[in-house]
Design a protein around this ligand. Sequence first.
Ligand code: NOJ
Ligand code: CA
Length: 691
Amino acid sequence: MLRLGFKLAAFIALALAAAVPLRAETLTAVSPDGAIALTVSDEAGHASYSITYAGEEAVATSRLGMLFRDHHGFERDLAISASSEASHDDTWEQPWGERRVVRDQHNELAVTFAAKSGPAREITVRFRVFDTGVGFRYELSEQAAFQGPIAITDELTQFAIGADADAWWTPSRQFNRYEYIYRTGTAGVVDDAHTPVTFRQQNGLHISIHEAALVDYSAMSLLALRPGSFEAQLRPGSDGVKVHTTAPFNSPWRTIQIAPDAAGLINSDIILNLNEPNKLGDVSWVEPGKYIGIWWAMHINERTWGNDGIHGANNEDVKRYIDFAAEHGFSGVLVEGWNIGWDGDWFNNGELFDFTQSYPDFDLPMLGEYAAERGVRIIGHHETSGNVANYEAQMEDAFALYAANGVREVKTGYVADAGDIVRYDEDGVLQYEWHDSQFMVGHHLRAVKAAAEQKISINAHEPVKDTGLRRTYPNWMTREGARGMEFNAWGTPPNPTEHISILAYTRMLSGPMDYTPGIFDLRPNERPPVREDMQRGDPSNRPQTTLAKQLALYVVLYSPLQMAADLPENYEARMDAFQFIKDVPADWEESVAIAGEVGEYVVIARQERGGNDWFLGAVTDGTSREVSVDLSFLEEGEIYSAQVYRDGAEAHWDTAPYAIVIEEKTVRGGEALTLKMASSGGTAIRFIPAR
Ligand code: NOJ
Ligand code: CA
């Protein structure tokens, strides 16, 4: 009797639970190799997810959701109302890139959360689980509850990493945009970080959080809610609203790369795979290449952008650079300071830039022709000083003028403090916007599309961060978006010895960077002034690397437009080392990160596209080290001649940066090679198959 009574009570309880589902629903998906497991739940009425890697916790339970100014949001009282699964495995080709063939293999789980109170409404979160990480985005369909304009006031996506993980990040919402020395500390002290931000948990898992396909939305930084637990912080527009949109819309993908080691973060294509395929059609006019430029001379006060007697963009100097480019196989010569507007305080006078008027000593048609006759092209430059209103008014004409003179790549620039982008609203009222606001996300695409109309490719400085849009718009070739070489001319303090070993595992995960490597005169501010009023900068501003490390940057830091940044005369003085820059390609068949630790060192090998040679770049931080590299990227057992550029025995970035050994060796695919790198040194190698 007693037992029966118990059974009955249990039955009633079960029946009640079925009628009123109090139990959370939990859905799971795993990566194709089974290592990454994603769990999605509506526990306690909240949408949440968590991720493990090989059974270890990678991201603890983290909430999902979104709030709106004029609509009921998705935050509480949510229940999973539908879900679907799919698997995907195919390959696609990049017109140019760090590898030609990209494999997109993932398992997908789309989960719809419906609101149980307030107006009927639902939002879907689509997850894709790859072997190297997870991507997910919000999809808001057209529905009765979301008619008309939608103002997103908060995205509630959380990332629970753990306070004691190591972290490498740059601060968000600071005046210098993305151009900061990387902070190193525990996740617990990160307050508001730009992405990609990289973590290493106590269990050894490496995690990098970023986003993919940032289109018509504002960029996300990671704001600490509690130490080590972050929430997506969308950059607001000048009206305080984070994103203006309408239904249906998709958010950008939130990406969580996960790898058991540091190199694994680099060997991932999830950001490209989460972007849409090429929308421009035939892009054979987009050509990777190496360039030199009327550029470093201005940064080291050898020349000026403005027209004051030592104007850099003068016909004679530009011709000299074109001749040098032609002689040494460079496809481009960047010319900055060619157009009216640089005189005076150009930082703050963006409205004065005229993008179709040259200074009198710069003859664009003549120089365009001079370059073409020598198989070289001028690379154009549009500095806006953040006055995007002034630029947008002239953009079409400016690209047309350049196209008419044979220019096929334009470097753009948005030098202005973060949050000081000039826009005029519908009423003609001046508004200031962030560099990573929805307005700027839109501006960059407007510029890229206007450039594409003229078959011009873009290299943006002071840009919005890269989220893989080069797949969709292959003429958006490269960008800055971190501290580049220029900081070694005037950036007190200059880039520290560990800078590249951090960049490789953070900024570079987002896409190509126009770092502008290849400085050969490593004490540029010790040159005598060219004119009395043109004093050099602080001599402590100099590249804190050896010469060999400068060469290795061409392999480590991927960019399809790769600059040889120093003055031609400095290359003429070191033709032996310069040979590597002449030989190294800017377009690759395959790339593989071989070894490294975040902030310490990195070794990358790449195979040239359309050829058989492999190139290796290795760099270290301030610690000299020996690294044994497995040459398994070469054909097993095949013989190669290796042209090695390495630090000499006494090399040290500070005391003996020029100590370099250039030697030729025979190596066999599959064997191990020991690299010896000096303090902030490096190694660059070209492998040529003997057969
Ligand atoms: C900053 C850019 O990063 C640099 O490359 C350029 O020379 C100056 N702005 C001037 O446009
Ligand atoms: Ca810059």
